[in-house]
Design a protein around this ligand. Structure first.
Ligand SMILES: [Zn+2]
Length: 516
């Protein structure tokens, strides 16, 4: 809807004049095309190569200034340690010193330092004093991109999302295990590299880094095995095109299938987690059925939302209002404690400690007492009405890595490939079924079912990436903004960001980490 031009009376002269700008135009002036891209990926992934492509493309195609911020730089600066240039000792020192810093200054310290760098950079930009149109002084909008390499934990991610909102994008970059091993092999020996891969994926200490906990929260996923190829550049450019909506892009089949899985997951009333799955025909790129985790209902299917109808016996709706899986595990632990006490194996007051130990161990990981049918299983069951003709190759897209129970049913159903976003540590799928399941896509002639990292737009960011804005002019021709002047869909407000950044810088000063 067009905003009306306002006629104002200049009281001193008594002359009226037409304001040249609409209110929307004025508000648009307080936004800035700045974009903040965080990278994350398991050790050995081509993050540096990806940052280089982003840097190059943003400058040459999108007319941006680029500031690449390496978080490892802050580890060296703050700890005063000279980190070796390469090799196992480099990674090891960075992880140790990084943990020390998080321990001393809080888990988001490295992201705070990145924000400080952005704030410092902003202070070098042109500042505009208050005027007729600008209520308070502000920085002049600039086409600047900040690339942060690389994020390691949840607190860093939350802080950057909190400050930069929709203008922050997390790009998850990964390679298959073999490619990562090959890359690391040039820098360290076999035992060192496995130690590093294990440590990088997730540490138990609270201040430890944990790629495993943030990778699946990426806004976009790129997988690639040999970064010297042009394919990586093309994949990275598609991500940028989506951030700026600079070309008409529609979802790939993979993205459609994962989005269907995500939307199915929202049907779940499970108290533990919401998982969705889409069963597809890989040959025809056709969706066959969807499923989500929920309690089965007699007569077939699972309970659904029925407003005003009480035929809903999902856990949240039962008198006990509790998760049956948790309850059963808790009872199992209590039985063990009772037995130990009866046999005088426990001293007084030790029961709570023993309960903690047992629940944190393998018993806590049990999942068989849940009342829900899992998403993958429901997708298979729902597909029973679909007639598979000859030559159908089954694939499954699931928001979460399948548990071993579902995985074995997927194998039995002849599924060839499974794509997932979020890992699921409790799953023993490969451990129990290494004869029929593998996580690698390298053997082209392999007959095992593959469990693979999903690639493409994150379903939670679908609207940002794909919902159409104005696509054509009045005469019907395609409306294309030059890439050198495109902006992200929801650019952030320059009148608030410097204040928020200033608060973080102040906090760093109070912690005596920096002095500006
Ligand atoms: Zn399952």
């Amino acid at each position: 809807m067009a905003v009306q031009k306002t006629e104002v009376v200049n009281s001193s002269s008594g002359l009226s004049r037409q304001m040249s700008k609409s209110t929307q135009d004025i508000l648009r002036q307080v936004t800035t095309p700045e974009i903040v891209i965080g990278l994350c990926g398991p050790v050995g992934s081509p993050l540096v190569e990806c940052a280089k492509i982003l840097d190059d493309q943003l400058r040459t195609t999108f007319n941006y200034d680029v500031l690449v911020i390496r978080l490892s730089k802050f580890i060296e600066e703050l700890s005063g340690t000279k980190v070796p240039a390469s090799g196992f000792e480099r990674f090891n020192t960075l992880i140790n010193k990084g943990n020390e810093l998080r321990n001393n200054y809080g888990n988001s310290i490295l992201a705070e330092m990145a924000i400080k760098d952005i704030a410092v950079y902003r202070r070098t930009r042109k500042f505009e004093e208050p005027s007729e149109e600008v209520a308070i002084g502000r920085y002049v909008p600039s086409r600047t991109a900040f690339i942060i390499n690389s994020l390691k934990n949840t607190e860093e991610l939350s802080l950057l999302r909190e400050v930069y909102g929709e203008s922050f994008f997390l790009l998850g970059v990964s390679s298959g295990m073999q490619a990562r091993v090959n890359k690391l092999k040039t820098q360290m020996n076999e035992s060192e590299l496995w130690q590093l891969i294990d440590r990088d994926s997730g540490e138990e200490s609270k201040s430890g880094q944990s790629i495993r906990k943030i990778f699946h929260k990426s806004d976009y996923f790129i997988t690639y095995d040999s970064p010297q190829d042009d394919l990586m550049r093309r994949k990275t450019v598609r991500f940028l095109n989506l951030c700026f909506r600079s070309e008409i892009e529609t979802p790939t089949f993979m993205e459609q299938a994962m989005f269907a899985a995500y939307s199915a997951s929202l049907n779940s009333a499970c108290l533990s987690r919401q998982v969705g799955a889409t069963l597809v025909d890989l040959c025809e790129s056709r969706i066959l059925s969807i499923g989500w985790n929920d309690v089965p209902k007699s007569g077939g299917g699972v309970y659904l939302n029925r407003t005003g109808n009480h035929d809903d016996s999902r856990c949240y709706n039962l008198a006990s209002k509790r998760c049956y899986n948790d309850h059963e595990k808790s009872e199992m632990v209590q039985l063990i404690i009772d037995e130990l006490q009866k046999n005088e194996c426990l001293k007084d007051g030790q029961d709570l400690q023993v309960r903690g130990i047992l629940m944190n161990g393998r018993i806590g990981q049990l999942l068989e007492f849940s009342r829900a049918v899992h998403a993958e299983m429901l997708a298979l069951i729902n597909a029973r009405s679909v007639q598979f003709g000859g030559g159908v190759q089954l694939g499954l897209f699931t928001t979460t890595y399948p548990c071993h129970n579902c995985a074995r049913h997927l194998v039995a159903a002849g599924v060839k490939r499974v794509y997932y976003i979020e890992p699921y540590r409790k799953s023993l799928a490969v451990k129990l079924h290494d004869d029929s399941i593998e996580e690698s896509d390298e053997d082209e002639n392999g007959v095992k079912m593959r469990l693979l990292q999903y690639e493409g737009a994150a379903p939670v960011r679908f609207e940002t990436f794909f919902a159409a804005s104005d696509r054509k002019r009045e005469d019907g021709s395609v409306l294309a903004t030059a890439k050198t002047s495109v902006e992200t869909v929801k650019p952030f407000k320059l009148e608030s960001i410097p204040i928020i950044e200033g608060m973080i810088v102040k906090h760093l000063e109070n912690k005596s980490v920096v002095k500006l």
